[in-house]
Design a protein. Structure first.
Length: 276
């Protein structure tokens, strides 16, 4: 059966894909639908939702358009989630491949470094890093990746340990290929599928971490973030709860969509590998 048909035959995967398509549509169309500064004053302060068709989700304490902020916040969440996941997967795959293929002292040193990073909770590591370096989008991405690469590293190492003894690796050694060339051209591509299976979890965790940092005032001050919107609505939670509820729902749906779509991809590839 076609992999796409298998994916579409999984209800949770379809639900996740629909949510992600909507999220990407929001992110891509935000500059077109709301071309101005999303943090500019657009109307009277604390306008409730559905009172003005030009401001469908109302305004915040400063009169900023909540809908515009929601759309532009989707861009930030996607950028941070995808960039942090990509960085974590690359770092983890490289470290895990080197540790598993080299073995011996290299493996011991790299795994002890991995253990050291794993002993610190990822959010605390990100919090400390951003507090020291300063809040910006690049710093937030780096901070999240610092706490997320250890999982892919361990999975990559375990896969490489089982692959490095196979016949095609021995053949590459016989013909004189450099060990690094063997590791990254022959072994790593075969070890990648289980590593990539972690991507949905890392993306979801990155989005939540970015929202938490923004909620604490450690997000990029020049970017609209859902965490910052939730924090902004905290001061008027009793009189205008929609200011926190709307971005909160968006955040929950995004994480749920990433997780469901990722599970669908993993299930589809697992079925494909078992059939092959």
């Amino acid at each position: 059966m076609n992999p796409l048909r298998r994916f579409l035959g999984t209800p949770e995967a379809v639900a996740g894909a629909i949510i992600l398509i909507a999220l990407f549509a929001m992110a891509l169309t935000a500059p077109l639908i709301f071309p101005g500064d999303p943090q500019a004053i657009a109307g009277p302060a604390l306008l409730p939702p559905f009172q003005d068709w030009l401001l469908p989700l109302g305004t915040d304490r400063l009169g900023r358009d909540v809908t515009a902020e929601l759309f532009h916040g989707a861009r930030t969440s996607l950028a941070v989630g995808l960039a942090a996941a990509a960085a974590a997967l690359v770092i983890g795959a490289v470290v895990g491949t080197l540790a598993g293929f080299a073995g011996g002292l290299v493996d011991e040193v790299l795994m002890r470094v991995t253990d050291a990073f794993q002993t610190v909770p990822s959010f605390l590591l990100a919090l400390a890093f951003v507090s020291i370096v300063g809040p910006s989008l690049g710093v937030v991405v780096a901070a999240i990746a610092l706490g997320a690469w250890t999982g892919p590293a361990r999975v990559a190492r375990a896969e490489v340990l089982s692959i490095r003894e196979r016949d095609f690796v021995a053949s590459a050694r016989v013909i004189g290929m450099h060990p690094l060339e063997i590791a990254f051209r022959e072994v790593l591509p075969n070890a990648l599928p289980p590593v990539l299976a972690l991507s949905s979890v890392i993306v979801a965790a990155a989005i939540l971490t970015e929202a938490a940092l923004s909620f604490l005032g450690l997000g990029d001050p020049n970017r609209v973030t859902w965490g910052g919107m939730i924090a902004e609505g905290r001061a008027v939670l009793r009189t205008a709860p929609f200011l926190s509820i709307v971005p909160g729902i968006a955040l929950v749906l995004t994480v749920l969509g990433v997780y469901l779509a990722g599970e669908g991809v993993v299930e589809t590839t697992a079925v494909r590998r078992s059939l092959s």
